[in-house]
Write a protein that binds this ligand. Structure first.
Ligand code: ZN
Length: 162
């Protein structure tokens, strides 16, 4: 589970000088995250499954640089995000393979499809990255693995932790 802080989309985001991965004060580096506004959205998943190609239209790439993190922690954060992305794509691929290749009843196909479809979501909940960022229409939500980092972040941005 993560500690989440939601901010209005237009608000400037302030990061306190705490490593988002290990909580160290005044870390010696920064992390950079590239987040697609529509990433992991159902529409993207459905489009990927139907067309077999990655869904890219209306996908605004937002760069968060200057996220406080020790140099080694920044690498870890990037690895966590890459791992989640790889697991997601492999799961989608497997769900499609099973739908078309498995000689079983439609009920089983749906069950297997849902399992692989939900697997990345479950993994993201059980083993969340130190920091993940998601968007809705008018807000941006930062998901912190460490609740103390979330609290410091919420304080700096006059927001509350959910
Ligand atoms: Zn650190």
């Amino acid at each position: 589970m993560t500690s989440d802080v939601q901010l209005p989309f237009a608000k400037q985001i302030l990061f306190p000088a705490i490593c988002v991965v290990c909580q160290k004060q005044h870390p010696d580096g920064v992390a950079k995250l590239y987040i697609h506004k529509g990433e992991f959205a159902l529409s993207e998943a459905a489009s990927t499954l139907l067309t077999g190609s990655a869904y890219t239209t209306q996908n605004d790439l937002i760069v968060f640089d200057n996220i406080p993190a020790c140099n080694t922690c920044a690498k870890l954060l990037h690895t966590q995000h890459r791992r989640l992305k790889i697991i997601t794509y492999i799961s989608w691929l497997l769900s499609v393979v099973f739908i078309f290749a498995l000689p079983v009843t439609i009920g089983w196909k749906i069950a297997v499809f849902l399992f692989f479809f939900l697997l990345p979501v479950i993994i993201a909940v059980v083993m969340p990255p130190a920091l993940d960022i998601t968007f809705s229409k008018h807000s941006v939500t930062l998901h912190f693995a460490l609740s103390d980092v979330a609290k410091a972040f919420a304080l700096a941005n006059q927001a509350t932790v959910k």
